[in-house]
Design a binder for this molecule. Structure first.
Ligand code: ADP
Ligand code: 2DT
Length: 212
């Protein structure tokens, strides 16, 4: 029999919720317990498409809103063959942002509906678990100022948070809300518990397609 597949685990949340901190901790904990794991993040700024996105986020270039949305999606699709290969080999992927950030950020711009925003990502590998790190804007502010990048403004972040709330109503996705105001260790414990469960379920299920 082929080896059991790895799980696709995504962390989402507002700016400074602790996504990167927790992706690192989950990845390390899985590796240390002998479970094959790798980390990924979107946007992946290292590819040709990712470099266009990075320049846009750093305000070094301007791109039309639909165009940049499609580039973010293309930046995920270009990784799909590698993601599928790793998952089939039994490696669990811990992913910092995915299509949900894509929809929430573009959907927060005027004139965009969620259905249009979702469509280019329909059919991507469906995560076995999406954890939303929930943190209020006031608590996020205690963790430092916004950086200099394009979307790092409080009004826009509030609109993004609303879009995430809409996306989380979708029961076809395994959303788990995590209280990100806890200590780093306590957040990690919650994340580890949900992840181990999802990894066990994933072993006996074929990889599904997102929003299909
Ligand atoms: P994100 O990737 O969601 O933007 P980061 O992991 O980069 O968030 O964390 C943002 C800041 O908050 C960092 O300075 C990090 O050390 C700090 N931080 C992360 N998690 C916690 C926590 N649970 N409690 C307090 N500070 C935290
Ligand atoms: P970080 O690299 O700091 O996470 O910021 N974004 C992300 C989108 O607008 N669309 C997407 O599809 C994705 C994955 C969120 C990246 C910024 O880009 C936004 C913040």
């Amino acid at each position: 029999m082929a080896c059991k597949r790895g799980a696709l685990i995504v962390l989402e949340g507002v700016d400074r919720a602790g996504k990167t901190t927790q992706c690192n901790k989950l990845f390390e904990a899985l590796q240390q317990s002998g479970r094959p794991a790798e980390m990924m993040r979107f946007p992946d700024r290292t590819t040709t498409i990712g470099k266009l996105i990075s320049a846009y986020l750093e305000n070094k270039s301007d791109l039309e809103d639909h165009t940049v949305h499609l580039l973010f999606s293309a930046n995920r699709w270009e990784m799909v063959p590698l993601m599928k290969k790793k998952l089939e080999q039994g490696t669990t992927l811990v992913v910092d942002r995915y299509a949900f950030s894509g929809v929430a950020f573009t959907g927060a711009k005027p004139g965009f509906c969620l259905d249009w925003c979702k469509s280019p990502d329909v059919g991507l590998p469906k995560p076995d678990l999406v954890m939303f790190l929930q943190l209020s804007p006031s608590e996020a502010a205690l963790r430092g100022q916004f950086g200099e990048e394009r979307y790092e403004k409080s009004d826009f972040q509030r609109a993004v948070q609303n879009k995430f709330q809409q996306l989380m109503k979708d029961r076809s996705v395994n959303w788990q809300v995590i209280d990100a105001s806890q200590s780093v260790e306590d957040v990690h414990k919650d994340i580890m518990n949900h992840s181990l469960k999802a990894m066990t379920c994933a072993q006996n299920q074929a990889l599904a397609e997102l929003w299909k």
